[in-house]
Design a protein around this ligand. Sequence first.
Ligand SMILES: Nc1ncnc2c1ncn2[C@@H]1O[C@H](COP(=O)(O)OP(=O)(O)OP(=O)(O)O)[C@@H](O)[C@H]1O
Length: 291
Amino acid sequence: MSENVVEVENLRKTYKGGLEALRGVSFDIRRGETFALLGPNGAGKSTVIEILEGYRDRTSGDVRVLGVDPHRGGLDWKARLGIVLQNTGEAPTASVRELLAHFASFYPRPRDVDEVIASVGLTEKAKVSVRKLSGGQRRRVDVALGIVGRPELLFLDEPTTGFDPEVRRQFWNLIRDLQREGTTILLTTHYLDEAAELAERAAIIVGGQMASVGRIDELGGPDARVPLVRWREGGETREQRTQDPGALVAQLYARLGEPERLEVVRPSLEDVYLSFLGDEARRTAAAGGLA
Ligand SMILES: Nc1ncnc2c1ncn2[C@@H]1O[C@H](COP(=O)(O)OP(=O)(O)OP(=O)(O)O)[C@@H](O)[C@H]1O
């Protein structure tokens, strides 16, 4: 079961005009896993996804998606993928149901259209023209189109942008259902809580390079997640990183009584992520580049 569904080795992409969008990216995604690609705007996430989907040529490197070089992927291969792109074009005049039924007909083993509509919370809008939906509702149609073909591998490029908080929670539940069914998912998102909630592993891409890859709770190495105890003593803020915050708090209590402004902070994925962006900006500045 540890078969890799996606294998990316030293992937490079230089766009016409010379922009090096990817400068040696490597990662694998195992069957059934949800993997998040994280990184700031322009880091290269969409370029990676488009290359994996077969929409964009690479400059060099090895890529296998469901065992196939996306360059050579035929219709059978495409039918095993589900794709939710970042930008969808003009909304069609067809109703939600018509559009989904049309797409479902392209696949050998589609999901039930009404079930898919229900799973994205659009049952009441099933007969409404997609053009008349709100931005968040249209995005839900995009997600429905991505899953109607019962994909083995689902690409979700910023799927919940524009969702209100409740719909985002519903979407997370939908993803959990797909995970239970064994769907492998590649997710890009700027919502780090979403990545932490849904993904087992993640890669952080900065400036076309991998800053870190690994299990979400291990990104950045062991030191990145060491809890921080902060308190005020003698009019000054003190802080100490420790694997045993409880023991330190007990010592403080024995020494000081109730410590003033006591905090125990466990660095979140967002803290780790931001620290990488800080490191990268510092390195670029040191190399004389743009900060
Ligand atoms: N067709 C293109 N031609 C030239 N440069 C491009 C093209 N598409 C993307 N780029 C550049 O490649 C870099 C990576 O872009 P990409 O869209 O992959 O980033 P991203 O991580 O997906 O960003 P975002 O979070 O904003 O979606 C950017 O500097 C972008 O301007």
